[in-house]
Design a protein around this ligand. Structure first.
Ligand SMILES: [Zn+2]
Length: 158
């Protein structure tokens, strides 16, 4: 699922939790739970080259930032408390780890290999939830509509 959706869910979650630690943890869990829902970008994005993936990631982060600026403008900048920021970091962490996992595959040094091995079990878990747990593929376009509906729902709640 796109980072924009995960991060906005982090904003929702952070609003209900008492401290940054639980916010981070629940944000993290929310990422895995939402990735279980078939959302159309699992296979398509998985097939991209490294450069293609980098572009997709840059666009994803840019839309995330734009979405946050719009939230601050149309809602209130006060939503971004330290607790909310902790929840957002938890909610987007698995995809950052996925990127580091993928990149560390390309680097040929001891640090990169250690890093890759360290992230491996988490990334396998992430991939399993994403692709194998509910192995129903929906078209990318339908997934996009679904994710926009999720995003709109979250905007209403915030
Ligand atoms: Zn993910």
């Amino acid at each position: 699922m796109f980072l924009t959706v995960h991060s906005t869910l982090g904003v929702v979650i952070g609003g209900y939790l008492p401290n940054p630690f639980t916010a981070f943890l629940v944000g993290l869990i929310s990422h895995y739970v939402f990735d279980i829902i078939p959302h159309g970008d699992e296979v398509k994005l998985g097939k991209l080259s490294l450069a293609g993936m980098a572009w997709a990631a840059i666009i994803d982060q840019a839309i995330l930032l734009l979405n946050f600026m719009l939230l601050a403008y149309f809602k209130t900048a006060d939503v971004f408390t330290p607790i909310v920021i902790a929840a957002v970091i938890g909610a987007i962490l698995p995809d950052w780890l996925m990127a580091i996992h993928r990149l560390s595959e390309e680097w040929d040094n001891r640090f990169a290999r250690a890093l890759h091995r360290l992230i491996d079990p988490l990334q396998n878990f992430h991939y399993y939830l994403h692709v194998n747990l509910l192995p129903y593929e929906i078209p990318f376009s339908l997934g996009l509509i679904l994710q926009i509906i999720f995003l709109a729902g979250m905007w209403i709640v915030i």
